[in-house]
Ligand binder design. Structure first.
Ligand code: FAD
Length: 399
């Protein structure tokens, strides 16, 4: 029986675990973080300080535990040109995860005001497609702290299916290196242990995956993007936006998206106005950033290029206009610093992996955001799951 080790249990790892275990492959998932209650996953945020601060989550389920449930196709045309056609996988996923916009019952007052304001300025706001079950979701504004009602898709749903199909989970065990023999993978190493396997899939996320590859002698870690974002906001007394479904609407511009968003960092900046959480209305400005960042052994280097600054400025100006027309006091408008919640690109397709996501080491694959050839400038999870599903089909067919 084929024996596979999957490193990391986030969007890519969880999907591979489910697909391979259901095909009777002997699967072991090795996860750095702990299995922790969804109510506590906010304790597992890991941030990397750079000019642009980068975020991910280290626990069972990875960063999928804190998503806002946004489910959109990204990079499809670029990937197709590179020989990776995801149409079939996207269709399967949109059906299986019930990807849809939420009903109007879940569209809050502030989101409606922002959509109306955008429309009156000539923009075309749409509802954001989500993998959130409206029957389970009682809007609370806390998706990014982990869903207490299990209303959104997370990779734990797939991981539980994988475990039911026989997969083993080893938690709190960081993989440090890949073991090889004559150019063929033979397993992985943690600090004090070695695990043997026929194939290895690295799904440790775009910061850890390149570090493991580097320690194995593969040149990775360049081309980092993060979909840089700022949240622009101000005071609209008693609007209660902080309790609405975040990013429930979307305004698309060239290489920029805007979406309603609350950030506690805005509240800190508005302290002098004695504002409370309930008084803040904000819009996230997210850009398709240049992939000029780098992951090294002990640092993450990500700065804004001139192009990034131009996009952020343009998006922030639009956000300011929409917010003020929606009722925000223009004298209170502030912005968060630039941050990034979608790190990727550090083991890119065509550079570090081939179109079957295999590295130069036979049997060593990568299935996470690292393989994106460019910044999506939009939520990447659906595309990561689609890439992982496609890889699973390849492994099941050829191994
Ligand atoms: C607040 C927030 C909201 C977001 N909302 C959305 C959204 O609504 N929609 C969307 O599409 N995207 C969203 N994203 C982005 C999305 O969550 C990530 O892009 C996606 O989860 C990345 O998948 P991945 O498989 O590359 O890595 P991850 O999901 O981060 O998984 C990596 C896993 O590997 C583990 N790991 C790391 N190092 C090691 C090691 N050495 N050994 C073993 N295990 C290791 C980690 O603990 C983790 O479990 C959001 C991100 C954040 C931070």
């Amino acid at each position: 029986m084929l024996n596979a080790i999957i490193v990391g249990s986030g969007a890519g790892g969880g999907t591979l675990a489910r697909e391979l275990a259901r095909a009777s492959i002997d699967v072991t998932i090795i996860e750095k973080g702990p299995v922790i209650s969804p109510k506590k996953v906010s304790e597992c945020y890991q941030t990397y300080l750079s000019d642009v601060e980068v975020m991910e989550t280290t626990c069972f389920g990875g960063t999928t535990m804190v998503t806002l449930g946004n489910a959109v196709r990204t990079c499809q045309a670029t990937l197709k040109k590179m020989g990776v056609d995801l149409e079939e996988e996207f269709r399967e996923l949109e059906r299986d995860l019930n990807v849809d916009t939420l009903p109007d019952s879940h569209l809050g007052n502030a989101t409606k005001k922002l959509m109306d304001s955008a429309r009156s300025l000539g923009f075309e706001p749409q509802k954001m497609p989500k993998f959130i079950d409206p029957q389970q979701c009682k809007p609370c504004g806390e998706c990014a702290l982990g869903c207490k009602r299990n209303a959104k898709w997370t990779s734990r749903i797939y991981l539980e299916e994988a475990i039911k199909s026989g997969a083993r989970l080893i938690e709190e065990t960081p993989v440090t290196e890949i073991s090889t023999h004559n150019g063929q993978v033979t397993g992985v190493k943690s600090y004090d242990k070695e695990f043997k396997s026929d194939i290895v899939i690295l799904s440790a996320g775009a910061i850890s995956t390149p570090r493991i590859l580097k320690r194995t002698g593969i040149n990775a870690g360049d081309n980092l993007f993060v979909d840089t974002f700022v949240t622009v906001g101000g005071i609209c007394k008693g609007i209660n936006y902080n309790q609405e479904v975040p990013m429930n609407a979307l305004i698309k511009q060239d290489n920029i998206i805007l979406a309603p968003h609350y950030s506690g960092l805005l509240l800190d900046k508005l302290e002098k106005f004695k504002a409370t959480k309930k008084d803040i209305m904000g819009l996230m400005v997210k850009i398709k950033d240049d992939n000029t960042g780098k992951v090294t052994g002990n640092s993450v280097i990500k700065y804004n290029t001139l192009n990034d600054v131009e996009l952020l400025s343009k998006g922030s100006a639009i956000a300011g206009s929409i917010l003020t027309r929606a009722g925000v006091d223009a004298h209170t408008l502030v912005s968060t610093p630039p941050r990034g919640a979608h790190p990727g690109g550090t083991a890119a397709l065509g550079d570090v992996v081939d179109k079957n996501l295999e590295t130069d080491i036979a049997g060593l694959f990568v299935a996470d955001a690292s393989v994106f050839p460019e910044s999506p400038g939009a939520p990447p999870v659906l595309t990561i799951i689609a890439l992982a599903k496609r890889l699973a089909k390849h492994i099941i067919q050829f191994y």
